[in-house]
Design a protein around this ligand. Structure first.
Ligand SMILES: NC(=O)c1ccc[n+]([C@@H]2O[C@H](COP(=O)([O-])OP(=O)(O)OC[C@H]3O[C@@H](n4cnc5c(N)ncnc54)[C@H](OP(=O)(O)O)[C@@H]3O)[C@@H](O)[C@H]2O)c1
Length: 244
């Protein structure tokens, strides 16, 4: 689909990658960019239309889908990462919040906007996944599980919406230079939010279903058939080194 002249809605658009998505959409000539955020006063990108939206509030999702009936490009960017291990976390609260947000919140957005996109000629959905959709980093194991669920969901939504002509793009990425990666990434290389946004909207315009945003993500995907030989030994070694 063409971005120029389109009407887009970006979740989590107040900061980080979401803000870069909104900026890039305007630069590419989108007619309207709804910048959805839990706190719309945090949306400072000039030219966008702020919309109040918490993607765990399913009633509000339905209202926004009713109000923004001209959307042809839905960018599901909002997400949380609680740095919560699977066994070591004191409670299930982090795991639950990540599933409610990253998996169920994104799925609820896809469900609410599917008829809107159909009415507007098909359009596209972008789901912001992660390299940890494909392997579990135990440091944030419950986030990895939520991103694996979101990846699985994205592939199913693509099949269900193919007949209405909706392109469904899954975006897998390693570290991106935002608040989310600040603590975890240390000195590891990070992709700039603007570069991720460029790759994503190039893919939308080219009709591609997947974006692998960096070399680490491309490498991890290529190693999946040998994950227990090529991926998990290093993950175990890093975990053991930090938990003597
Ligand atoms: N940074 C990375 O290294 C990295 C790598 C791969 C994938 N990702 C994914 O990229 C996406 C964007 O993350 P980021 O790096 O920009 O992280 P970030 O700086 O922490 O921003 C997260 C965004 O999600 C919003 N959000 C969280 N919960 C929400 C909810 N319930 N409803 C609506 N908005 C909500 C936040 O809004 P508030 O301002 O209200 O908190 C914020 O705008 C996420 O899906 C993340 O999982 C990030």
């Amino acid at each position: 689909m063409r971005i120029a002249g389109s009407v887009a809605l970006v979740t989590g658009a107040g900061r980080g990658l979401g803000r870069a998505f909104a900026h890039a959409l305007l630069e590419r000539g989108a007619k309207t960019v709804y910048a959805a955020a839990r706190n719309p006063s945090a949306v400072t990108e000039p030219g966008v239309v702020p919309v109040r939206l918490d993607i765990t509030d399913h009633g509000r999702i339905a209202e926004v889908a009713g109000e923004c009936r001209d959307v042809s490009l839905l960018v599901n960017n909002a997400g949380v990462m609680e740095m919560s291990p699977l066994i070591g976390a004191a409670t299930l609260d982090g795991a639950r919040l990540e599933m409610e947000t990253n998996y169920l919140g994104t799925l609820a957005m896809c469900r609410a906007f599917a008829p809107v996109l159909a009415a507007n000629g098909g359009g596209a959905i972008v789901n912001m996944l992660s390299v940890v959709s494909w392997f579990t980093n135990p440091v944030n194991g419950s986030y990895s599980a939520s991103k694996a669920a979101e990846w699985s969901m994205t592939n199913g939504v693509r099949i269900e919406l193919a007949r209405q002509g909706t392109l469904v793009v899954g975006v897998n990425a390693g570290f991106i230079d935002t608040e989310m990666a600040a603590e975890l990434a240390g000195d590891a290389p990070k992709t700039s939010p603007a570069d991720v946004a460029r790759q994503v909207f190039d893919a939308v315009e080219a009709g591609q279903v997947e974006v692998l945003a960096d070399g680490r993500t491309r490498r991890i995907k290529s190693l999946l058939p040998q994950d227990h030989e090529e991926i998990y030994p290093a993950v175990q070694a890093a975990w053991d080194a930090n938990h003597p």
